[in-house]
Design a protein around this ligand. Structure first.
Ligand SMILES: CC(C)(COP(=O)(O)OP(=O)(O)OC[C@H]1O[C@@H](n2cnc3c(N)ncnc32)[C@H](O)[C@@H]1OP(=O)(O)O)[C@@H](O)C(=O)NCCC(=O)NCCS
Length: 158
């Protein structure tokens, strides 16, 4: 397992949802809790594709609701692993509304940390991440900073 590595593209996930009446909040927009569930599922699947193990979400950060979504909107959610630690993986999840011309507008961006679990439900080592593009290398550098921030926040108790 130690020398095993997978490409960023190996973990790429894309899901599609249509905003239906049961997804709305009282203001007639997509309810944030529903979107967070969809985002969490995408992050877990991307992480699973990377490590081929069961995973659990340990943290969600920078979850940013940029724009609302409305009834009948087509929602596209894209996730991919951007960084790996020892047993954890950071997954970047971008959510878009896609219009009839295929144009996508970013409505949410989130970074989730997933931990790989063994059969005993304890964290286990994950494969290395093989970076192929300049964009992936830049994302890795930013992810290292986010990882440091999370450690500081955890140590600080907030
Ligand atoms: C995930 C869990 C197993 C980790 O257990 P733990 O005792 O913290 O384990 P460790 O301290 O060894 O940490 C494991 C990894 O998680 C990371 N981690 C722990 N707490 C974290 C936090 N708050 N934010 C980001 N990463 C965190 C650690 O840095 C470590 O990563 P690394 O191995 O890549 O360095 C445990 O916290 C848990 O079960 N949490 C509940 C998860 C859950 O139920 N999620 C909701 C349902 S999906």
């Amino acid at each position: 397992m130690e020398t095993e590595s997978r490409k960023v593209s190996d973990s790429a996930v894309e899901t599609v949802h249509i905003v239906r009446p049961n997804h709305l909040n009282n203001s007639g927009r997509l309810f944030g809790g529903i979107l967070m569930q969809w985002i969490d599922e995408v992050a877990a699947l991307a992480a699973k594709r990377h490590c081929r193990k069961n995973v659990t979400t340990v943290s969600v950060d920078h979850l940013h609701f940029i724009k609302g979504a409305y009834p009948k909107d087509d929602i596209v959610i894209k996730g991919r692993v951007t960084h790996v630690g020892n047993t954890s993986m950071e997954v970047k999840v971008d959510t878009y509304v896609e219009d009839e011309n295929g144009e996508r507008t970013l409505i949410n961006r989130a970074y989730l940390t997933e931990v790989a679990l063994g059969h005993d439900d304890k964290p286990v080592k994950v494969p290395r991440l093989f970076l192929e593009t300049e964009e992936e290398r830049q994302e890795w550098v930013k992810a290292e900073k986010r990882r440091e921030l999370r450690k500081l926040q955890k140590a600080g108790g907030f």
